[in-house]
Design a protein around this ligand. Sequence first.
Ligand SMILES: Nc1ncnc2c1ncn2[C@@H]1O[C@H](COP(=O)(O)OP(=O)(O)OP(=O)(O)O)[C@@H](O)[C@H]1O
Length: 464
Amino acid sequence: MLDIEPDFSTNLFSHIDFTSGAVAAVSGGSDSTALLLLLKQHLDRVAPATKLLAVTIDHDLRPGSAAEAQAVARLCATYAIPHRILTWSGRKPSAGLPAAAREARYRLLAEAARAEGIGLILTGHTADDQAETVLMRQAREEGLARDGGQGPADTAGRGLAGMAPATLYDWRTWIVRPFLGVRRAALRDVLRRRRVGWADDPTNANEAFERPRMRATLADGNGAQRIDDALALAAREGGARTRLGLGAADLIGDLATQPAAGLIRLDPGLLKAGEDRAAVYALRILLATTGGVAFLPDQARGEALFDRLKAGFLCATLSRTVVDYRRAGLFLRREARGLPAAAAATGSVVWDGRRRITLNDSGGALLIAPFGAAAAKRLAVSKGETPPSLLRAALAAEPALWQADKCPGSPRDGRALTVAEARPVVAPFARFLPSFDLAPARAVAGLIGAAPLPAPPFRGHSAG
Ligand SMILES: Nc1ncnc2c1ncn2[C@@H]1O[C@H](COP(=O)(O)OP(=O)(O)OP(=O)(O)O)[C@@H](O)[C@H]1O
């Protein structure tokens, strides 16, 4: 645990690369207020020219939220820190409110960063938050196991790693959490010493929500020990997950190829690589990527499929992906079912979770729709090592631009590129990429031709 001394901010921030500036996400609570002051102190000392912007999201969920945001604005004015307030004005769902608020918060924070050309957001998540996260996930797993569902094996090495020290948002903005090893009480001591107040969000004490319930259980005599144990568990699991990801990345680099857009071939050597856990992880990541699904298929299904593949040739579907194991190899492609309906082609959209389509001009009256089996059948495909039927099936599920019932540009037709660019997206990591998974994300991006990852936000580039 880091000791909080007046100049401890060096320990907390010196490993972070501030070249592209920083957004401090400040709710006005104790942790993010401490983040703001300590970060400002650090930058003033070591890099005063760094562009620093404080951003407060007004979720507009409680009567006092606008006034709290104004209080942050006043504090920022005192320290001459530029500050913006962004309001979540969208429809508020009745179920899953914390998740929706979090989604809106990160979207708005990232928009504010991008508008200033800043690639880095810092949040005030603490060791207490980390311990709560790990213990909540553990409690959910135990509940699942008790109910006869998939228990620890389901998330082992993933969920219990807790929050990553850095997460890439939308494949372009880094979210860094420098306080994951610092207790909230220590941050509050810093604020008290400086006579700076903070707001206490009543939602944090509302035991209708899971996190405040967990927080309440940690307030008794055992709490400190349970927090320390949870942090130790998170550290072990984070390391295990990073190693698992490195193993999966090596397998993807060595054994996966892309014979055509939307078609991945795995060398059957994957089934006897001797490192089943990494191989199953690689398979799950590639399934989600091929199917355009944001979540990996669960561990149990991944393992079951892997075991069936080991037993011999098969054709099965998981995560919207057809797994076709035959003499020519082990192939993955998007299933034909449930592809997006034809839609007007405008601006930049993520299509089917798999392709970012960017129109270079207005596109006129064009539609984006799957290329389709009929059009794919008419196309000549080369007779190489890959069975033509598989090439056609993958092509049929690719996006194409349509005018009336004619297709002006197929995915393999040069003309399409003058109108639109369809860049593959690494679906499971496109929105949130925890630093634990950087290696497999990079390997998959290289395999399918997705945009390269931005440099990690740490000096010397070690994130994980
Ligand atoms: N409304 C908000 N505006 C800006 N950033 C926020 C907001 N809510 C949360 N954050 C960021 O996310 C981090 C974790 O959020 P969490 O909800 O745990 O914090 P909080 O209890 O609202 O406030 P704090 O962490 O400052 O005590 C905060 O430290 C802050 O960096």
